[in-house]
Ligand binder design. Structure first.
Ligand SMILES: *[C@@H]1O[C@H](CO)[C@@H](O)[C@H](O)[C@H]1NC(C)=O
Ligand SMILES: *[C@@H]1O[C@H](CO)[C@@H](O)[C@H](O)[C@H]1NC(C)=O
Ligand SMILES: *[C@@H]1O[C@H](CO)[C@@H](O)[C@H](O)[C@H]1NC(C)=O
Ligand SMILES: *[C@@H]1O[C@H](CO)[C@@H](O)[C@H](O)[C@H]1NC(C)=O
Ligand SMILES: *[C@@H]1O[C@H](CO)[C@@H](O)[C@H](O)[C@H]1NC(C)=O
Ligand SMILES: *[C@@H]1O[C@H](CO)[C@@H](O)[C@H](O)[C@H]1NC(C)=O
Length: 937
């Protein structure tokens, strides 16, 4: 059944209430179509020329739906793909080129060949002139006539950052916040024929500098070795775009998110916020439609919301609306819905259940103009609380220590959060939402059993797509607001801009079941308390500004718009305890409260005994170098392939970075500076060292789950923005480092995890991250000599564990009784219904000083039989060895996939591994492409 057809400006919008036949037909038309519910199908696009006649004939066969003859609103897309010519010019007119919208100046200059690959060599610095210049984007588009609607709004979803905007020569507004959607009334300025939109960007570096003269806040600049720019804190712009310890500076400008013009008579729904709560046998769904129109207008219409629930049922509510728009042109309408628990399946984090999502469809039909505007969201039903509870109230609290718990309770279950930290997927904001990249990273996180990622405060509020994928994959999001490692101004202009930013982004993101918690900033509480930026003489002023921004401005907005979610003021913080202490706690790293960030490279990071306890580890990490393959995308210059090369020094932004890597790695591994393969080994060893450190630390946190002590481990950091030494587990381009393979194993739902104490006693923990107990468990401990694949002795004992627990087993191994130079221990577990849980090891001596390790002979065979799996094609690889092999590292030049395990400790003659790839290759070719490394003294 047809609801409406409206063709404007070569754009067609058709609402159909489809039968199966109709749906098939619509799909055959091949336009952009989205099924928005079982009720409606929307077809948009350029059907006009090709198919309109056919469609009209077809659709007249159907009767009109209940709304009668209604219409879609008209939108002119201003993206460069839609026949809008965007041209760019620099200040003095010496550089002219075509522009992209959405896009950015660095992308456009690269595309035009004016600058080279920005991530190559020293191009971050070589292309810096771009950020000092100022750029004007001019878009031209033709319309036959200006639609005769009451409202004509220019909508810019993302403007990076400081700009002045004109339409046909008349000023319409200015921008100063990259995270804000700007809406300008341009009705008086449009005309039939050619129209021109001009966006003049100021140099972000210059604006930051001049602003800092009025409202200086520390620090002035990033450390010199970042090769970055100063005063990023003055701008509401991705803070990492002025450089970070893991990334280069690209202070971009541009329209980084979509731009379009909306024409309508009455009102549109800009967003929908959703509040779900569980009351007895029902879910209450509170739906708030955020309407937008012109200021102080009366709007009449009908608002409906419908949701498809289990059993093919649709639940609908509706309400006649008569509302006055406020001065800002907006207002909200609320609908409540009660849904029986029986027709809803719960949404669970990855590893704990499925992620069912339900189609919610909200429609506003205006009374007079018969315009229809619909918003479609997929929502999930789960409860989630952050529990900060007096530990003295915990039953059996003998190990819980003083203070407050800090953990996430999902659908009533306390869940240990395993995961990592997310930095922007690209240093250029316009590329950070690239779906392939986002998919690849999130799928890698999911595969490594992660249930939470922290979207870190120096990046951006990610794209809708990012959060939709997190909803689908069960990845909870710890969302920082975008303030990081700095003091921030609290002048009126700044605070007003922040207000709009917080409002818009909370409203945009709030409905995602994946969002778990909001945090006001990254490390600013601890930076002020710890005097990181020499602020102690002005502590009081900075503290006042801190409270103005995060407590008086941001907190009430977040809690007002999203009362169901916890807002912590900072990460790390002591949570409620920081609030008690006036927001700048005496020790924001207090192990008894909230979350902590922990880095200490002066102690042996492979040793579990060095790590302090924490309630929740939201950051911890260690650096490694990216592979040669990844590095070769940045330089092919042989002389760069050296830790001391100018190139390598240029890319190491962590002060003392290589020193820390050396110090950690050479405690355990033998590396001679005269080795002809020194650099290659350095990379490989740095990855081993990173993986072993993070394994030790993460398992320490998982073990400490006993009695609610530690309830989260999010290591720093998941991804990278360039080819450089960093804390990431995935290299720029998507290749897994050894750490990511290790994460997949140390985050396994069921894991046997030893802890070697300083006394050389070994404790054993059984970690169980499932809702069912471990039953019928048998732990086997095999003692190996380094020289043989046959254990010298084996011990077996029974072990079980409660659901969602870390259990310290009663068996204790006394290693000090053994010849520890010659042996190591392997721990394995079998239990009812537990398939393939990783083995674990204790290596009592540093590898560099073990006795008996031999050079192995290794054969690698890829079998001709492959399997189709959801992720692609799976190849079976058999590895045959003749002795113990350490950190066997497989690499292939067949791109686009990864192994299921890697960096293997091999203690069996034959080991099977898989390679999963999207593209088909001949098994034989895969076999030929595989190269390997292993560790030998
Ligand atoms: C874009 O322009 C081309 C040629 O100028 C025209 O054929 C096409 O229909 C236009 N498309 C839109 C969406 O206006
Ligand atoms: C114009 O600007 C470019 C880029 O900033 C600069 O290299 C050039 O010297 C300028 N030319 C003149 C004539 O000022
Ligand atoms: C729901 O409807 C679809 C198609 O209309 C049908 O294939 C499916 O079996 C139905 N499911 C249930 C549970 O009735
Ligand atoms: C919806 O329910 C909430 C409480 O759950 C209540 O505060 C609000 O007034 C209700 N709104 C409407 C429109 O009934
Ligand atoms: C829990 O800890 C408090 C002190 O923090 C103590 O008074 C109480 O007895 C403990 N409860 C149990 C069950 O151990
Ligand atoms: C696997 O396939 C290759 C070529 O496709 C063939 O030469 C080889 O004999 C096959 N191996 C087996 C064990 O079938």
């Amino acid at each position: 059944m047809v609801v409406a057809i409206r063709a404007d400006l070569a754009q067609v919008c058709v609402y159909v209430r489809p039968t199966q036949v109709e749906r098939k037909y619509a799909l055959r038309l091949g336009a952009n179509q989205s099924v928005i519910s079982t009720d409606l199908l929307v077809i948009t696009g350029n059907l006009f020329t090709s198919n309109m006649a056919v469609m009209k004939t077809y659709f007249t066969l159907f009767t009109l739906w209940t709304f009668g003859n209604v219409a879609c609103i008209t939108v002119i897309d201003l993206s460069s793909k839609a026949n809008v010519t965007w041209s760019i010019e620099n200040k003095n007119g010496s550089v002219k080129l075509f522009g992209s919208v959405p896009g950015g100046i660095y992308s456009d200059l690269m595309k035009a060949g004016i600058i080279g690959d920005i991530l190559s060599g020293f191009n971050d610095v070589a292309s810096r002139w771009v950020a000092y210049d100022s750029w004007t984007y001019t878009g031209q588009f033709t319309i036959k006539e200006v639609p005769a609607t009451y409202v004509a709004h220019l909508v810019l979803e993302g403007v990076d950052t400081v700009s002045f905007i004109e339409v046909n020569g008349s000023p319409v507004g200015s921008t100063n916040n990259m995270f804000v959607r700007y809406v300008f009334d341009i009705k008086p300025h449009l005309k039939a024929g050619v129209n021109e939109i001009k966006v003049s960007f100021a140099s972000p570096i210059e604006v930051a500098r001049s602003r800092s003269k009025k409202y200086f806040t520390a620090p002035a600049c990033v450390p010199e070795l970042y090769h970055g720019e100063c005063h990023a804190n003055q701008l509401r712009k991705m803070q990492a775009s002025f450089a970070w310890d893991w990334g280069p500076a690209f202070p971009s400008v541009g329209l980084w998110r979509p731009a379009y013009i909306e024409f309508y008579d009455t009102a549109i729904i800009r967003s929908v916020t959703i509040h779900t709560s569980k009351v007895n046998a029902h879910w209450l769904l509170r739906i708030i439609a955020h309407l937008e129109s012109a200021k102080r207008r009366q709007v009449y219409g009908y608002l409906t919301a419908s949701i498809n629930v289990d059993g093919n049922q649709t639940i609908k509510v509706g309400e006649y609306v008569e509302i006055d728009m406020r001065e800002d042109g907006a207002n909200e309408i609320e609908l409540n819905m009660t849904i029986s628990k029986n027709v809803i399946s719960l949404w669970w984090p990855n590893g704990f259940g499925k992620q069912p999502l339900y189609d919610l469809h909200v429609i506003f039909v205006s009374n007079k103009s018969k315009e229809i505007y619909d918003v479609h969201q997929k929502i999930g039903f789960r409860t989630l609380e952050v529990v900060e509870e007096d530990t003295s109230l915990l039953p059996g609290n003998n190990t819980a220590g003083p203070g407050l718990t800090f953990y996430f309770k999902v659908n009533g279950y306390p869940i240990f959060m395993k995961g990592s930290n997310w930095i922007p997927a690209n240093i250029l904001p316009e590329l950070g939402g690239d779906k392939k990249t986002v998919d690849s990273l999130l799928l890698s996180a999911r595969e490594a059993h992660m249930a939470m990622l922290r979207v870190w405060g120096g990046g951006v509020y990610e794209s809708d797509y990012f959060y939709q994928r997190c909803d689908q994959l069960g990845i909870l999001i710890w969302q920082d607001f975008l303030f990081a490692c700095s003091m921030y101004p609290a002048d009126t202009e700044f605070l007003n801009s922040v207000k709009v930013e917080i409002e818009q982004n909370v409203i945009r993101l709030q409905h995602h079941p994946s969002i778990a918690i909001w945090a006001g900033n990254n490390e600013n509480e601890v930076a002020l308390r710890g005097n990181w930026y020499a602020t102690s003489s002005e502590f009081i002023t900075y503290k006042e500004d801190y409270i103005k921004l995060y407590v008086n401005t941001i907190k009430p907005i977040v809690e007002g718009l999203d009362p169901g979610r916890r807002y912590v003021v900072s990460s790390p913080s002591n949570g409620k305890e920081s609030e008690q202490e006036g927001y700048i706690a005496q020790n924001p790293y207090d192990p008894s409260y909230g979350d902590t960030h922990y880095y200490n490279y002066f102690l042996d990071n492979w040793n579990q005994n060095i790590y302090p306890k924490t309630r929740f580890a939201s950051e911890y990490g260690f650096q490694s170098l990216p592979s040669l393959l990844t590095m070769s995308t940045a330089t092919k210059n042989e002389s760069d392939y050296n830790v001391h090369s100018q190139y390598s020094v240029h890319r190491q932004h962590c002060p003392g970075g290589y020193g820390y890597i050396d110090y950690q790695m050479t405690r355990h591994l033998q590396l001679s500076t005269n080795d002809p393969k020194h650099f290659e080994k350095y990379i490989y060893y740095s990855q081993i060292s990173q993986a072993m450190s993070m394994k030790a630390e993460t398992e320490f946190y998982r073990q400490s789950q006993a009695d609610w002590y530690t309830m989260g481990a999010l290591y720093w950091q998941l991804n990278d923005v360039w080819q450089a030494p960093s804390w990431s587990s995935i290299e720029y381009g998507g290749k897994w480092k050894m750490l990511h393979y290790f994460a997949k194993s140390f985050f396994a739902p069921v894991l046997i995890s030893p802890r070697r104490l300083l006394t050389n006693d070994v404790e054993i923990y059984l970690l169980n991250d499932r809702f069912v107990p471990v039953t019928g468990g048998i732990v086997t401990i095999d003692y190996f000599n380094w020289s043989s694949l046959t254990p010298i002795k084996s011990i077996m004992f029974a072990a079980n564990a409660d659901p969602l627990s870390s259990k310290k087993l009663s068996i204790n191994i006394q290693l000090w009784k053994e010849k520890i130079d010659e042996i190591f221990l392997r721990f394995s577990l079998t239990a009812d219904g537990v398939t393939r849980t990783p083995c674990n090891y204790v290596f009592p001596k540093p590898f560099k000083s073990v006795v008996g390790l031999k050079k192995p002979s290794i054969q690698i065979k890829v079998s001709n039989t492959t399997e189709s799996v959801p992720e692609g094609i799976r190849y079976n690889i058999d590895i045959t060895v003749d002795t113990v092999v350490l950190f066997l590292w497989l690499e292939t030049t067949v791109p686009g996939g990864h192994f299921d395990v890697n960096g293997l400790i091999i203690t069996n003659n034959i080991v099977s591994v898989h390679y999963v790839n999207q593209k088909q290759v001949l098994p034989h070719d895969l076999e030929k492409s595989i190269a390997y490394k292993y560790y030998l003294n």
